[in-house]
Design a protein around this ligand. Structure first.
Ligand code: WTA
Length: 709
């Protein structure tokens, strides 16, 4: 058996690295006699050819077409994949550009995302009303619900009518702070149905963080649940919301808090009557139950906002990215189908395609991954989607694999941090389960290290499944770089090649010039608008321009560094701004710093990422204390708690180092570059420290870090 190289389909010279797996277009089969097949080299650029040269050539040709006349490419898909109440005028497919940040797609066309994701599948020609739309698995493995498209439609209509009964109108922002229960997806869809704009806040955020987001969005309505359940523990969501709306910044903004109940670990009941203020709280489950299951869909303009999602940036203030209706829906739908190789390609042209996939994205709907790849993408494709309330460790580390076996999951999508934490328990846990239903394994949120990639591929996928490493961001709405199962090759650790319609370039960070030859290293940028991109930051378009459009005029700047190898494959090297990805959660170091300095004992704080075996990146905080505050372990605990209170438990620092001084320049700037090196123990590459006001702090800080390691 000869080794395939990429040269058959690319113009690059013969690939010097190993092609370990040779496969056909339709399925991935290990071929015999590849002497590499049993070696587990750590060499990062091994190529796994999960495709043929013909399929790679097909990808290259479609990709070239999709960026040559990108408006035509997306317009064809928009008309064949989505149902419009009124078509967009021919000239409005794509208008505007990156230079002035005025991009719009399909403006003037009218549609409703809920109609496209739910209603149309209950009708001819699809007639899938009796098919499963949502498989929900609760915190306890035996708590499973199958919700059909028809049931979903009825429930969404009831919630939509209840929202209207309270006074929610088109354009209002509705904040959702919910556990991973079907009502979360249903409420998102109900908002879309009536034209309200949802702003989902991940249920791990604290009262302070919720209050900031409610204030920023001026959200009059908050939907929550009495309690949630996770890993056998009860989450007091309503109490946290109550604390949020009492904060100063929310006073006079929130009119009603709508509370679902019955989601506790024990099916817990509605909160104590004493906790209910009937001027504020609405027993939402009761109100929803008495609504009619019919509610017409609002005609939305393609450019009307669909949702806001807050994400972290370089400053302490999170930004509310605004995604719009038509472009986002199309992009979510298209990337879900292509990136996961769904067997059911829907659309009026192919309504009766067989429905074969059991698709499971085990993220939380509170992040963009959940918005696009749990709620909108799968349902817009008319397939069933999986909602998982619990954690990979509950009741034990076999939970994911038990779910794969019980539900016969075919597509499984998670984050590298989960894979790394499960790997620690060895191969026995997954080997106890029948994982033969799996076809595609996805990862998202941070670069996946080759060792974790290989474990996922070999132990979970048994060498038969494509691993798709999907690179994207809250801002991009959907995947922008990933391999396509059975179509393009894989390289462990590389997110591989751009998605259709995405023109990715590598810019020289200093000059902003495109680097055309490969290999190349620089910052990642995109050259042409795509439908799924966020259009603005809520209430602050200037910030949107400053962060994404102005750094390299004419390009969308992603904020990530990258390398493009000799085959044109992309490798994300990490954020080039002050954002870190901790267990796939995106956190601004400035947010953590402001949480620390909010404590009276802290004079200064500087936060940097630190390599972490499981989380990918951990949080390392250097703090100087205000006069009179002595260093103590108790104070370190308090500071850690302060971060949990200001942001949420997922931002808990991994290391807090109290120090009399930070490395500063003579002009008083904290040298974070040096702190990053100290935190990582890379003292031999510290670079020039002569400009430091007091170079001796470096030695003192490294000694403290070493002690904590
Ligand atoms: C990082 C999550 C490498 C990247 C969908 C990006 C990745 C940030 C990958 C966005 C990947 C996401 N490989 N890095 N496959 N996917 N990232 O907005 O730094 O929470 O800019 O969106 O995560 O995080 P966000």
């Amino acid at each position: 058996m000869c080794r395939l190289t990429l040269t058959m389909a690319t113009s690059s010279p013969p690939h010097p690295k190993k092609a370990r797996i040779v496969t056909s277009t339709t399925s991935i089969q290990k071929q015999t006699n590849t002497d590499d097949a049993t070696t587990m080299s750590d060499e990062p650029d091994e190529v796994y050819i999960a495709s043929t040269s013909a399929s790679l050539a097909q990808y290259q040709s479609t990709h070239a077409t999709s960026i040559r006349d990108t408006a035509a490419y997306w317009s064809d898909l928009a008309t064949s994949k989505l149902e419009w109440f009124a078509p967009y005028p021919p000239g409005s497919v794509l208008t505007g550009n990156f230079l002035d940040g005025s991009v719009s797609w399909f403006a003037g066309g009218k549609l409703n995302v809920c109609y496209n994701a739910v209603d149309r599948y209950c009708l001819a020609p699809y007639n899938r009303g009796q098919e499963t739309a949502i498989i929900w698995e609760g915190d306890e493995p035996n708590n499973v619900k199958h919700i059909t498209y028809l049931e979903l439609q009825n429930n969404v209509c009831r919630i939509a009518n209840a929202l209207k009964a309270i006074g929610v109108k088109k354009g209002d922002v509705v904040t959702l702070y919910m556990p991973m229960v079907p009502e979360l997806a249903m409420t998102m869809l109900a908002c879309a149905r009536i034209g309200a704009v949802h702003s989902v806040i991940f249920a791990g955020f604290s009262a302070d963080a919720i209050a900031d987001r409610i204030q920023d969005a001026k959200s009059k309505w908050v939907v929550t649940a009495s309690v949630g359940a996770r890993g056998g523990r009860s989450l007091p969501l309503k109490s946290i919301c109550d604390a949020a709306i009492k904060k100063n910044q929310c006073l006079g903004i929130v009119e009603k808090v709508l509370v679902f109940d019955g989601h506790g670990a024990n099916g817990s009941d509605w909160v104590q009557e004493a906790d209910v203020d009937m001027n504020v709280h609405v027993k939402f489950t009761e109100l929803v139950e008495c609504q009619r299951p019919v509610c017409s869909c609002e005609w939305m303009d393609a450019e009307d906002p669909l949702f806001i999602l807050y994400t972290s940036g370089s400053t302490g203030r999170p930004k509310g990215l605004v995604h719009t209706t038509g472009g986002y829906a199309l992009y979510a739908m298209h990337t879900t189908a292509t990136s996961f190789g769904l067997t059911q390609q829907t659309g009026p042209s192919n309504p009766n395609a067989p429905h074969k996939d059991v698709y499971a994205c085990v993220a939380d709907a509170g992040w963009i991954t959940g918005h696009t790849y749990i709620v909108y993408g799968p349902l817009l494709n008319g397939i069933s989607t999986f909602m998982f309330e619990s954690t990979p460790m509950y009741p034990d580390c076999g939970r994911y694999w038990d779910m794969v076996q019980r539900h016969k999951i075919t597509v499984f999508y998670t984050a590298p941090t989960a894979i790394r934490s499960l790997m620690r328990f060895g191969d026995d846990a997954p080997k106890k389960y029948d994982l033969s239903s799996l076809k595609v394994l996805g990862t998202v949120g941070e670069p996946i290290n080759p060792a974790a990639w290989k474990w996922y591929y070999d132990v979970i996928g048994n060498g038969r499944c494509a691993v798709v490493d999907t690179y994207w961001q809250t801002e991009t709405g959907g995947h922008i770089i990933t391999n396509l199962p059975g179509v393009t090759p894989m390289k462990p650790g590389s997110c591989t090649l751009p998605c259709y319609g995405i023109e990715v370039v590598v810019l020289d960070a200093a000059t902003g010039k495109e680097i055309e030859s490969s290999p190349a290293e620089g910052v990642l940028a995109i050259k042409q608008p795509w439908p799924g991109m966020a259009r603005t930051c809520l209430g602050d378009h200037q910030r949107y321009l400053n962060v994404y459009m102005k750094p390299y005029p004419g390009y969308y700047f992603a904020g990530d560094g990258c390398r493009r190898d000799e085959d044109g494959f992309f490798w994300i090297t990490g954020r080039v701004d002050d954002v870190i990805n901790v267990s796939g959660h995106r956190i601004g170091t400035a947010e953590v710093e402001s949480a620390l300095v909010a404590h009276p004992a802290v004079a200064q704080a500087a936060v940097v990422g630190i390599p972490h075996e499981i989380k990918g990146t951990g949080i390392c905080c250097f703090t100087t204390l205000a006069n009179g505050f002595p260093e103590s372990d108790a104070l370190i605990k308090e500071l850690s708690q302060s971060v949990r209170t200001r942001i949420g438990p997922f931002a808990t620092p991994d290391m807090i180092i109290l120090t009399p001084a930070l490395p500063m320049t003579r002009s008083g700037k904290i040298m974070r570059r040096i702190l990053r090196k100290i935190a990582a123990g890379e003292l031999d590459t510290l670079g020039d420290t002569t400009t430091l006001l007091d170079p001796s702090v470096v030695g003192e800080l490294s000694a403290k870090v070493e002690k904590l390691r």
